[in-house]
Design a protein around this ligand. Structure first.
Ligand code: R5P
Length: 291
């Protein structure tokens, strides 16, 4: 008997299909029509089973994909006893605290919306910070894409590679990558102006990177500002090639071209956000978190 059904939302169609194969689940496709005013009309191809998994990343258009995720969960709940939401990229995850007075903690709002839709558990991949998960009063898991990204980079022939985090906040991520990759790591010091969003690297000279291939590891690329500043700094320090390993490559406003122009040889990301750089499949790691 088929235990699970997997609803593959429009933003994660391929990942949902891969996951349903791995779980030997019933695959339910979602047909979406987005009207000129932006509203979505969703139709499911089949009825969910008692244990239903909804896969839908909430990358841009974030609010549309989020609304579709909530609608899919809510429909699944009409048939299923348990509904696991797999949100590989969780939009709004950077808004998990009140950084400046008066700011709304949107992760808290999202947690309430998910609760209202009837979800029973939540799986995300490399959420910006696990702080964002504390607002969900349900079972949550944060799957790491790092072992899958490392597998990809191990096949490359890099010269004396060093893992670099573009900021102190990503230190643990870089450490984990370096441990899996069996190399060393460093973390740069980045400062972001909370009002303008502009970033700057505050390090003094770094002898350590000279002549070495570097892998910049980050959870996400949005505008590319963090990666560009880090690459410009590292190139000044006379490193060899710069690669980027990131989980979620949103690559907004031509970010890929800008990053390449700054001197990055290759960007590799996970299929949490499908696109040109998403060569790394995380369906196996998500499946392991479900079983
Ligand atoms: C910041 O702390 C994150 O880990 C990313 O480095 C950042 O959000 C990426 O955004 P952008 O590409 O716009 O610099």
């Amino acid at each position: 008997m088929v235990r699970y059904s997997v609803i593959a939302g429009k933003s994660s169609e391929e990942l949902g299909e891969k996951l349903s194969k791995k779980l030997k689940a019933k695959l339910i496709r979602s047909q979406i029509k987005v009207f000129p005013d932006g509203e979505s009309k969703i139709t499911l191809s089949k009825k969910p089973t008692k244990h239903c998994i909804v896969v839908q990343s909430t990358y841009p258009p974030v609010d549309t994909n989020l609304m579709q995720a909530l609608s899919l969960i809510s429909k699944a709940k009409e048939h299923a006893d348990s509904v696991t939401a797999v949100i590989p990229y969780m939009g709004y995850a950077r808004q998990d605290r009140e950084f400046l007075p008066g700011e709304i903690v949107t992760m808290n709002v999202i947690a309430n919306l998910f609760k209202g839709s009837g979800v029973t558990s939540l799986i995300v991949v490399d959420i910006h910070s696990v702080i964002g998960l504390k607002y969900f009063k349900i079972k949550t898991k944060n799957v790491s894409a790092i072992p899958d990204l490392v597998k990809y980079f191990k096949k490359m022939n890099l010269k004396n590679p060093l893992i670099v985090s573009p900021d102190q906040g990503g230190k643990e991520r870089a450490k984990k990558f370096a441990e899996n990759f069996e190399s060393n790591y460093i973390a740069l010091t980045k400062e972001r102006d909370r009002k303008s969003g502009k970033v700057e690297i505050k390090n003094a000279d770094l002898e350590e990177v000279r002549g070495r291939d570097l892998i910049l590891v980050d959870d996400m690329i949005s505008t590319g500002g963090s990666i560009i500043k880090a690459t410009q700094f590292l190139k000044k320090q006379k490193c060899r090639r710069v690669y980027v390993a990131c989980t979620h490559a949103l690559l907004m406003n031509n970010a890929e071209t800008k990053i390449r122009k700054a001197g990055v040889t290759k960007i590799i990301s996970a299929n949490t956000v499908p696109g040109k750089t998403s060569a790394v499949d995380v369906s196996n790691s998500i499946a392991k978190a479900i079983i």
